[in-house]
Design a protein around this ligand. Structure first.
Ligand code: UD1
Length: 351
């Protein structure tokens, strides 16, 4: 008997996480994956390039739901996903991370009694004003299998009374990073930016709390501009930040602004850099995976172990530790296999 998994992705970081799991599903007998792209990210540089680079098959469906407010976007996804799930009749729905696409996929499935599997469960910033914190909490509370990347995530869930279906599997982003380290060698991004003879830092900014309020945006851009007095700071610019800066009349003077990069070029750029400055969750870990120090442009992080082990610090806290220790809990690059085996186990049990 073949079980059907309906995978919902929509935003850049989800393509990175879904790739290794999709590859692991393909290797496994008895599982079929149907991929749905919500359309949350729709620019080529934010979406298509990831499918090409990471070898992800074209989605079976693209809902074309990008832009708009959070409620509108999530609502339109719910409206499109319900008939799609009724038609496809999957045995389970698989969602990743904490975006509006994650919540929409999980909520639609739960309401029509389809099991929900959540990869990257249990992360918490404890800041309920972050849209991502709302999305991830809601998703965890309707999920049947919760794949935790860290032990802290397991404990976070325990504190909320969630223990059933919780599995510590390590971080699928590490699976992807190992793959990137093997395949990004051909990139000439450093030469194209003429950075081969100088130290440089790589920055990204896109979080609503840094972009939507003009004062916060000024503060974060000033921080980057000050860093750029020491060495070049490359800023692959997210459309949200580009739009916010234009709206509030902010400039990027002194920063090396470039278009968003694909996964492999970004990995290559980071590997050659002196440091990463970011408000992204994924990049904090990718910096560590490539053994580059990171400064997180936020007042808290879900990835506390990167701080505890000396690779990361919050922008307003003191300098990184001198001693940097490896983080074993992200696993050995086989998280996707663990996830797929657990999904098969669950589906066999309910069959
Ligand atoms: C989303 C996720 C965030 C994740 C980030 C990765 C939510 C709540 N947030 O934030 O967790 O870290 O993706 O990038 O789901 N836009 C474009 N072209 C695109 C994509 C977006 O122009 O390809 C514009 C949208 O129209 C919108 C803005 O950028 O105006 C923000 O996009 P949105 O998907 O709402 O959130 P992100 O900031 O990307």
């Amino acid at each position: 008997m073949t079980c059907k998994i309906l995978t919902i992705v929509g935003a850049r970081p989800q393509f990175v996480k879904a790739a290794p799991v999709g590859h692991a599903i393909k290797k496994m007998d008895g599982l079929q994956e149907v991929l749905v792209h919500t359309g949350q990210h729709y620019d080529t540089a934010m979406s298509e390039v990831f499918f090409e680079e990471l070898g992800i098959a074209a989605p079976a469906y693209n809902l074309g739901v990008g832009g708009g407010g959070h409620g509108e976007m999530t609502g339109r996804m719910l409206m499109a996903l319900e008939p799609l799930m009724a038609e496809e009749k999957p045995d389970a729905v698989l969602v990743y991370g904490d975006t509006n696409s994650t919540l929409a996929g999980a909520l639609t499935a739960a309401k029509i009694h389809i099991p929900v599997f959540h990869v990257e469960a249990g992360l918490r910033s404890f800041r309920m004003t972050m849209p991502e914190e709302i999305n991830r909490r809601m998703t965890d509370h309707v999920a049947n299998l919760l794949f935790c990347p860290t032990k802290r995530a397991v404990n976070n869930l325990k504190r909320e009374g969630i223990e059933k279906g919780v599995l510590f599997v390590g971080d699928v982003m590490y699976d992807s990073a190992l793959l990137a380290a093997k395949t990004d060698a051909g990139s000439d991004i450093v030469e194209r930016l003429d950075l081969q003879t100088t130290a440089y830092e790589v920055a990204t900014v896109h979080r609503a709390e840094n972009t939507d309020n003009p004062q916060a945006l000024t503060e974060v851009l000033s921080f980057l501009k000050e860093r750029a007095l020491n060495m070049p700071v490359v800023l692959p610019l997210h459309p949200r930040t580009r739009n916010a800066a234009a709206k509030h009349g902010q400039t990027f003077d002194g920063l090396m602004v470039i278009d968003p990069l694909g996964y492999l070029e970004m990995a290559h750029l980071i590997r050659g850099s002196a440091g990463v400055l970011t408000d992204s969750g994924g990049l904090q870990k990718e910096a560590y995976f490539h053994r580059v120090p990171c400064i997180t442009l936020r007042d808290e992080t879900e990835w506390v172990e990167t701080i505890d082990n000396g690779w990361n610090r919050l922008w307003k806290s003191p300098k990184n530790y001198e001693e940097k220790r490896d983080i074993s809990e992200y696993g050995t690059g086989n998280s996707a296999d663990k996830i797929v085996k657990a999904m098969i186990g669950f589906l066999n049990d309910v069959a």
